[in-house]
Write a protein that binds this ligand. Structure first.
Ligand code: ATP
Length: 805
């Protein structure tokens, strides 16, 4: 199959990762891979003149190397695309002038993973909206023999794709009757296979959790908010920030949650009129309790109930005139689009690009065109037109002022985030619960610090205060509890915790069995009626001990929850722990810099060692996110046979690099993948074996992987999960209280871990977690990401260069 890939509409970070993954997977699956420059405009313009001969420059092949794979290594156009030299004829006479549909090979997309925007260009094509334009596009595709089209763009681009496919048979008939294609061409191209991927920073597409580019845009916004926060604090100013989002408030909402904003305006849920009163009341209340800074976030498409636009300048005037605040406006504009993709905008587009190729290979004239989406970590295929129609229904509902419908069409996470925003930003004197239902809720951090621990504590604190509960911080884990190191948390005291890395409460690895009796006494002394443990495997083990301790110690008969937070992501059952996203981003940042250095030296292999204990999550997903060539994990281990094969692979790969253009390559190794073949041994081995072909160095990322500032995804997830923990404890406490016994016993279900499984949040009693845990190695038994190692190595071409035996 000949597959062409194009990017269309507004650019977004991660589009290059889609193209890279699709090109590589296409080649691995025996297809010819092409890219279309400048979106649909390139299809309409097509190619004029003959294509120049392929620029291959390939050496003699070693034995056992897949020759078809090598044939597809390069066509010499990758550099032209990457360096923006498309139409420029100065580089050794090579140019893409007059050629918009271009064959690309494996090495043409090297280094694309870390590039922002789209290297193949995008455009808004008026011509493609016309019949003539689409006829020309069909003709150009048939001339080049293209069978299938992969489109990465927003809802407009995907609508265009669907129209193109449905019109295709009639376009082919028309071309045939005009004599522009032959009978046999018409027969061969009777049907067009199409697949869509959503590239949009707004996260505005229905039926998928995340669009490609949205996480990076959110990251850019949160970086800006974090920077503004410090100056706003210094001058005690108010800032009004306008962010992108014409019909979708996702960026504004998530930035509001993750940035700890005071007020937000989103198109789907306009504030009650007169909103000026509501906003001023909220903000002046925050100021009265001592807040020195104010952040208001406005989506560019924000409006009131009557659809009158709400403009940043007007909000500024209101804050200045009514509240006397020194207010500034910051419009983030296109900075939100730009820059290097964050880890998740490399991982998801890669997985989606792979799936898109599979969808095309399986497509028949009868199957619908699919859009590749994502539900948490599962890549999904949904009917393209249904997704586009549902997306359009949101805008229609907004235009009809039917905001309830608009909200109902957003996914549950959107609505939960909005609840989360209100719970963590609104300060109210009214308590939601009557005194009898109020609780003393203790919060403790355990194990190593992880991004999002503080954000989760802030969310819990503010929720507690809104409900009428007392949030109690236990400093320094169980050691601190034994020392009576506890304190009531306050609304203002946790205000800046959203963006803080590390652990504000202090954390260590001491487990309660050190002196469980004394700990039970402290539970009783401080009258804890619920406890949330935020941490990794230690927190899980601690909860297990506390639950077992209920037999002997009545003070443990309270709701107890574990909120997983660990960069290793090694808590069983749950697919994500807080901190793992921050850590992946830290790894990607480090590896981008290392790869640059390795590439500048032309032929250097870097062995990068990661933390993670005996769990290979960070190493594996990090390898996918930074395009590593090999990855070593404790789950799979390392043997002499593996190493021998890997050295052969590296040699074969360096042999095939273009003359003078050897790539810097990365090998990621988890710290505990082998006791014998350590990072040092491996580095020396690669150096020795590389000879004249390649050199080797090592880098240990160590504690840098705990990340500085938590990622927006970790912060937003922390809020969502922490609030769920709070409502869980309220529910379980009500059950315990309603038992009517003088010393009530808590059910096993009331000591539970909050988990994310296949896209939904599920509570698992801590007792039941044990059967899914490898307690000795402190990791899950069957983690969902195990097949990713194979994917990493396939995308490096190892199976094609060195056979497994
Ligand atoms: P963004 O979310 O960044 O706006 P988008 O894909 O929605 O991205 P649009 O400008 O709506 O951006 O569409 C991009 C291109 O898709 C258009 O310039 C046009 O070439 C094509 N397109 C959009 N809608 C149609 C349509 N109804 N028929 C044919 N082509 C279309």
């Amino acid at each position: 199959m000949k597959i062409a890939i194009l990017t269309s509409g507004g650019d977004s970070a991660g589009m290059n990762a889609v193209v890279r993954a699709a090109v590589k997977t296409g080649i691995l699956r025996g297809c010819e891979t092409w890219v279309v420059r400048e979106g649909y405009e390139g299809l309409v313009r097509g190619n004029t003149g003959d294509s120049p001969p392929a620029h291959k420059d390939l050496p003699q092949l070693a034995d056992g190397v897949d020759t078809q794979f090598v044939d597809n290594l390069r066509f010499g156009d990758g550099d032209l695309l990457k360096n923006g030299l498309g139409d420029y004829a100065g580089t050794k006479g090579r140019s893409l002038k007059g050629r918009y549909i271009v064959r690309v090979g494996w090495d043409d997309v090297r280094y694309w993973l870390a590039e922002g925007g789209t290297l193949i260009g995008t455009a808004r094509s008026a011509a493609f909206r016309t019949h003539e334009g689409r006829l020309s596009a069909a003709h150009n595709m048939i001339k080049e023999g293209i069978d299938a089209l992969m489109v990465c763009g927003g809802d407009g681009s995907l609508t265009g794709a669907d129209i193109f496919r449905s019109e295709w048979p009639s376009l082919v008939d028309e071309l045939k009757s005009l004599g522009r294609v032959t009978e046999s061409q018409a027969t061969r191209h009777a049907h067009l296979k199409i697949v869509g991927l959503v590239g949009s920073i707004d996260n505005d597409m229905s039926m998928t959790d995340l669009t490609i580019g949205a996480p990076t845009a959110l990251q850019r916004i949160c970086e800006a908010i974090d920077n503004i926060n410090s100056t706003a604090f210094s001058h005690s100013r108010a800032f009004v920030l306008e962010v992108m989002g014409r019909h979708c408030g996702w960026l504004a909402l998530l930035a509001g949650v993750a940035g700890g904003a005071d007020f937000i305006f989103i198109p789907e849920k306009p504030p009650k009129s007169p909103w000026e009163d509501e906003m001023c009341a909220a903000i002046s209340h925050h100021r009265e309790v001592g807040k020195r800074k104010t952040i208001v976030i406005i989506a560019e498409g924000a409006h009131d109930h009557e659809l009158n636009p709400i403009r940043a300048d007007y909000v500024k005037d209101v804050l200045t005139e009514r509240l006397g605040l020194d207010t500034r406006v910051t419009t983030l504009g296109h900075t939100q689009r730009g820059g290097r993709p964050c880890a998740w905008d490399r991982i998801l587009p890669t997985l989606q690009g792979i799936e898109a190729i599979e969808a095309l290979l399986e497509a028949t004239p009868e199957t619908p065109s699919y859009m590749i989406g994502v539900q948490e970590n599962s890549i999904t295929r949904v009917p393209l037109m249904e997704a586009v129609a549902t997306t359009k229904a949101v805008s229609t509902a907004i235009e009809a002022k039917d905001f309830a419908t608009a909200m109902s069409l957003r996914d549950p996470e959107f609505c939960e985030s909005l609840d989360g925003f209100f719970a963590t930003s609104v300060l109210s004197n009214e308590k939601v619960l009557p005194p009898a239902k109020r609780m003393n809720i203790a919060i403790m951090h355990m194990g190593a610090p992880a991004g999002g621990m503080n954000a989760a504590t802030r969310a819990a604190t503010r929720y507690c205060l809104q409900q009428g509960h007392t949030p109690i911080a236990i400093y320094n884990g169980f050691r601190g509890l034994l020392d009576d190191n506890i304190e009531e948390l306050t609304w203002l005291g946790v205000d800046s915790w959203m963006s803080r890395g590390g652990s504000e409460l202090g954390t260590n690895r001491m487990l309660p069995d050190t002196d469980i009796g004394a700990i039970a006494t402290k539970f009783q002394k401080f009258n804890f009626q619920g406890i949330m443990l935020i941490g990794g495997f230690e927190a899980f083990s601690a909860l297990l001990l506390l639950e077992e301790g209920r037999k002997h110690y009545p003070s443990f008969n309270i709701p107890m929850v574990h909120l997983p937070a660990t960069i290793s992501n090694n808590v069983p059952v749950t697919e994500y722990s807080l901190g793992s996203d921050t850590s992946l981003n830290a790894l990607v940042d480090a590896c981008d810099a290392i790869k640059q250095s390795a590439s500048a030296s032309r032929n250097r292999v870097f062995v990068v060692e990661t933390q993670g204990g005996k769990c290979g999550y960070i190493a594996t997903m990090g390898a996918l996110a930074c395009g590593a060539s090999l990855v070593y994990t404790p789950e799979v281990g390392v043997s002499l046979d593996t190493l021998r094969r890997d050295v052969r692979f590296m040699k074969a790969r360096y042999n095939l690099d273009a003359k003078g253009k050897s790539e810097g390559r990365i090998v990621i190794k988890n710290e505990a993948s082998s006791n014998v073949y350590t990072t040092d041994v491996m580095t020396k081995m690669f150096k020795e074996e590389g000879g004249q072909l390649f050199d080797s160095r090592s880098a240990q990322l160590g504690h840098t992987l705990q990340g500085g500032v938590p990622s927006p995804i970790d912060r937003a997830r922390a809020v969502r999960l922490s609030l769920k923990c709070m409502t869980f404890m309220e529910r379980e406490w009500a059950k315990i209280q309603s038992s009517g016994q003088s010393s009530p016993r808590a059910s096993p279900e009331s000591a539970a871990v909050i988990t994310i499984q296949s896209g939904s949040i599920k509570w698992v009693p801590v007792r039941d977690m044990v059967q899914h845990a490898d307690m000795k190695n402190r990791r899950p038994l069957n983690p969902w990401w195990m097949n990713v190692k194979e994917m990493v190595e396939s995308l490096a071409g190892r199976p094609q260069l060195v056979k497994l035996h």
